[in-house]
Design a protein around this ligand. Structure first.
Ligand code: FCB
Length: 459
């Protein structure tokens, strides 16, 4: 029996990255500042004070990276477009040099026989828009729709698969309530308004992509498998709140055209007293998707935590109304994340049970692990833990497919070691090692393993 799980013909294997995490060239060719430039340059925000100024220098080295993708054998490459390269201050006419960069990237991918899959927003909001309120205000969603039109008009004929937003949960809640992502705000209503405006922005971007006639358009969510720490009423109630905030806030409007039934019990007057939901929004948000992108890394064990009446901002912070506790008895990655492949299967089958035929075909747009890789004296990068993570999660994915979930593709996170947001460069997710002093790329054992899996799939 092969060590590789077998996938149906036509199943797409890919690799993923994101602009701010790899490109560098932060001030080149007219790129404007994004909220991540501001955040990472603010002392104390990122580990080691790391920034994306240089990152993997992919902006200049993309031909080498595409050669590595071609040798890997992937059918598709998921990258993101930096909004501040296209519109340096978030509105108005396009910066031609920014469009040209992505045009060159797309053409080089196509020449290498790789299908481009583009994400419009992987968190690098133009700072000028944050200065006017960021995702707290509806205007940002409108600007996002305009930006989507510009990009779709220029690249829509050559890029077959489009993702409007990556993990809007992180943008809304890590960005505006937990404060661990840019712009680093700690608010209550601000975070809920951001969540809603991200959804509206998604709908407007879908309109723009449809108008340009692209082949496939969807959104990527990081849905969580929330497991109660105990069967106590308090912990079960905490799971409902965690599900509402992490999952239902997105899946209910997008897949079912309604707001979560549990939003009032989760957020109280922060949601009932709001005025950002407008008539017609649900129709815009719930328009049909060609696929749903899902990023999966780990399950979350949820336990009740004390709610501090005094600070409404904390009411929407993940670490207050419930606590993520430890998952007992399993290996943890370098992120401290528990490795539980079965929960990947459970997440997908539960989603199918909940939404049935309303669940579109799924692409796993990210999955992978940060590990403590060892570099041998010969320079070889040994990452057996990552190989075992990928192997067990692909097997778990296949189990979900066998149980009836229509999954069409899988993108490993990530092609390259890169800037892991607030955790900087210390956390390595790549199947290719990057030496940040020399920018040398070294394929790891996991790269070879994935290459063989893809070759076996094709043969
Ligand atoms: C996801 C992000 C991606 C990367 C991985 C590890 O939340 O979408 O950019 O940081 O986590």
């Amino acid at each position: 029996m092969s060590e590789f799980p077998a996938f149906p013909p036509g199943f797409v294997f890919g690799a993923a990255t994101a602009s701010y995490q790899i490109e560098g060239a932060a001030q080149e060719d007219g790129r404007g500042p994004s909220i991540w430039d501001t955040y990472s340059h603010t002392p104390g925000r990122t580990d080691g004070g790391d920034t994306g100024d240089v990152a993997c220098d992919h902006y200049h080295r993309y031909p080498e990276d595409i050669a590595l993708l071609r040798d890997l054998g992937v059918e598709s490459y998921r990258f993101s477009i930096a909004w501040p390269r296209i519109q340096p201050d978030g509105s108005g006419p396009a910066n031609q040099k920014g469009l040209d960069f992505y045009s060159r990237l797309v053409d080089s991918l196509l020449e290498a026989g790789i299908e481009p899959a583009a994400t419009l927003y992987h968190w690098d909001l133009p700072q000028a828009l944050e200065d006017r309120g960021g995702w707290r205000v509806r205007e940002t969603a409108e600007r996002f729709g305009e930006y989507a039109s510009i990009v779709a008009e220029h690249l829509g004929d050559r890029v077959p698969r489009w993702i409007t937003l990556n993990e809007p949960w992180c943008s809304a809640f890590l960005g505006y309530s937990v404060g661990r992502h840019a712009p680093g705000a700690k608010e209550g209503t601000g975070a809920l308004a951001a969540a809603h405006h991200l959804l509206v922005g998604h709908g407007l971007a879908m309109n723009a992509l449809r108008a340009a006639g692209v082949r496939e358009a969807g959104i990527t969510l990081n849905l969580d498998r929330n497991v109660p720490a105990t069967e106590s009423d308090a912990d079960l109630a905490a799971v409902v709140r965690a599900d509402t905030q992490h999952n239902l806030v997105w899946t209910e409007p997008i897949l079912a055209g309604r707001y979560p039934a549990t939003d009032e019990e989760t957020w109280g007057e922060l949601i009932t007293a709001q005025d950002f939901r407008r008539e017609g929004d649900l129709e815009l948000i719930s328009q049909p998707l060609d696929f749903l992108g899902i990023n999966y890394y780990r399950p979350i064990v949820v336990a009740a935590a004390p709610y501090r009446e005094a600070d409404p901002a904390l009411r929407v912070a993940t670490d207050n109304r419930y606590t993520e506790t430890e998952y007992p008895g399993v290996r943890r990655t370098a992120m401290g994340w528990p490795v539980v492949p079965e929960s990947f299967t459970d997440l997908l089958t539960a989603l199918k049970r909940t939404y049935g035929d309303a669940l579109p075909p799924v692409h796993i747009t990210e999955n992978g692990s940060a590990e403590f890789d060892t570099v041998g004296p010969d320079g070889a990068v040994r990452d057996a833990d990552r190989v075992s993570y990928l192997q067990s999660h692909l097997t778990a994915l296949k189990a979900a497919m066998d149980a009836g979930v229509d999954v069409r593709g899988y993108y490993v996170w990530s092609l390259l070691d890169n800037f892991e947001w607030a955790l900087g460069y210390a956390k390595r997710f790549g199947i290719i090692r990057v030496d940040y002093d020399t920018q040398e790329r070294t394929p790891k054992d996991s790269y070879r393993w994935y290459q063989q899996l893809i070759a076996a799939h094709r043969s």
